[in-house]
Design a protein around this ligand. Structure first.
Ligand SMILES: Nc1ncnc2c1ncn2[C@@H]1O[C@H](COP(=O)(O)OP(=O)(O)OP(=O)(O)O)[C@@H](O)[C@H]1O
Length: 441
């Protein structure tokens, strides 16, 4: 494989001409450059970077930093004022809602139109059409004019096309890659697979998303590269800049010995206040639909029900972060299996695992399933406090140990829930605080 970069950008600059009045544009034309009626605005200045195959790059920066301008130049839809951009490979982009679609044409015609623009032949598109339609999953709307689509349907169709044009370089604006939770998870699974071999540019204001999806990050500030390096380091620098942290640090001594309180269940000390405020972490729970569920496995087990229950085993359609819940997973054993393990993982909207558990440590090798029957696992835990956004729970039934096992059924998104508000101030999840002491002496 060649080690030449897939993308190299050298001394790239983009200047816009700002006219204070529309008439000035006309005057500029009439004077043929003998007088200047505009102000110059440099949206990008002296940008240099190179990206190799298999690298994913998050583009971060404040509003107006030049992110869209840079990406439009990489896509070839905008010409640079100076400098050079070399792109080796087919680029597909999701940057502007409905870009490349004709609103009067049906979804099907737009798939053909768009994929042709990406250089696919009619035969190739015909071959891939059913995979595109399946990915978009918009049903009969495929035959309707796209002007009748909701913005979510637009995104579904556009993403389905770019996912099937065999692009070597993908450019995604996260703000657009938002469908419902099921579709977002599908897109994220696709992007994680894609970035193993292709180049991914992912524009986001969310540094957590960038760290989760990208190895590298490019921070643009005022049209210039403020930093380019590991996603973790650059995101941290960017966050530090955003907060303009000027606080001092001091040694954290061991202090007074800390007496561990008795292990008893407790309530968040702020619960009464939180429950009466709009910070209460309301989580809306969506039902498990075995028909929609996607996954993989030997097929010896079929997960039939996944339920989030309250303390009295009542199914919940809402729960509150910080409160005790029970997750019940019921699976039908279709063929005999040994040493079953049932587990779950709670993931955020990017598919990033937040927490999870399984039955291995508590019940290792204690159960056998020599015949068909029902397996039931119940996990009692305190739901963490979750940042606003969409979450899903993957569930799985396997045989073996934690390290070495065979999956009988893994379901990507068995349950969805949406967090509407939160009291957590930072981090991926918040945990209930038994007590917080705060004093001034
Ligand atoms: N056609 C244009 N004419 C003049 N100025 C423009 C034009 N397009 C963009 N700009 C300016 O260039 C700068 C960079 O814009 P750009 O859209 O690339 O920023 P961005 O980082 O993508 O911002 P955001 O996060 O808000 O989408 C902004 O100050 C913007 O006002």
């Amino acid at each position: 494989m060649s080690c030449e970069p897939m993308i190299s950008v050298t001394a790239l600059s983009k200047r816009y001409e700002i006219y204070d009045k529309p008439a000035h544009r006309l005057w500029q034309f009439a004077w043929r450059g003998r007088r200047c009626f505009y102000r110059e605005f440099w949206a990008l200045r002296d940008i240099d970077f190179a990206v190799a195959a298999g690298e994913s790059v998050g583009i971060i920066g404040r509003n107006g930093a030049g992110k869209s301008t840079l990406l439009q130049i990489l896509c070839g839809t905008l010409a640079p004022t100076s400098g050079s951009v070399t792109v080796r490979g087919r680029v597909a982009a999701l940057l502007e809602l409905g870009a490349g679609f004709n609103p009067e044409f049906s979804g099907r015609d737009n798939v053909y139109l768009c994929a042709t623009l990406y250089g696919m032949s009619e035969g190739e598109i015909r071959e891939k059409f059913s995979a595109i339609a399946e990915f978009a999953d918009i049903g009969d709307f495929m035959e309707q004019p796209v002007k009748t689509y909701s913005s979510g349907m637009y995104v579904r169709l556009a993403f389905a096309v770019i996912a099937h044009v065999d692009a070597e370089i993908l450019i995604i604006d996260e703000a657009l890659a938002v469908g419902d939770a099921l579709f977002t998870q599908k897109c994220m699974r696709f992007l994680r697979e894609f970035k193993k071999k292709g180049v991914l540019f992912f524009v986001s204001h969310d540094t957590t998303a960038v760290k989760s999806l990208c190895e590298r990050a490019l921070w643009l500030s005022g049209g210039q590269v403020a930093a380019f390096g590991s996603a973790k380091d650059v995101s941290e620098q960017y966050m530090a800049y955003l907060y303009q942290s000027s606080g001092t640090t001091s040694d954290c001594g061991a202090g007074e010995p800390f007496a561990l309180p008795e292990l008893a269940d407790f309530e968040d000390a702020r619960l009464r206040y939180l429950n009466a405020s709009n910070l209460r972490n309301d989580l809306e729970v969506f039902r498990f639909d075995p028909v929609q569920a996607t996954g993989f496995g030997t097929g010896k087990v079929a997960v039939r029900r996944v339920l989030l229950l309250g303390q009295n085993s009542e199914p919940l359609s809402w729960c509150v972060g910080g409160e005790p819940v029970r997750l019940r997973i019921e699976a039908e054993v279709l063929e005999s299996i040994e040493a079953p393990i049932v587990g779950f993982t709670v993931k955020d909207r990017l598919g990033q695992p937040l927490f999870g558990d399984n039955t291995y440590l508590s019940h290792r090798n204690m159960l056998e399933c020599p015949r068909s029957g029902m397996l039931e696992a119940v996990f009692d835990f305190r739901m963490p406090i979750l940042m606003p956004g969409d979450y899903s729970i993957a569930v799985a039934v396997a045989s073996g140990t934690q390290e070495d096992h065979v999956q009988h059924q893994w379901i990507n998104d068995a349950l969805f829930f949406r967090s509407h508000a939160t009291s957590a101030s930072t981090g991926l999840v918040g945990i209930p605080m038994r007590n917080i002491e705060f004093s001034f002496k």
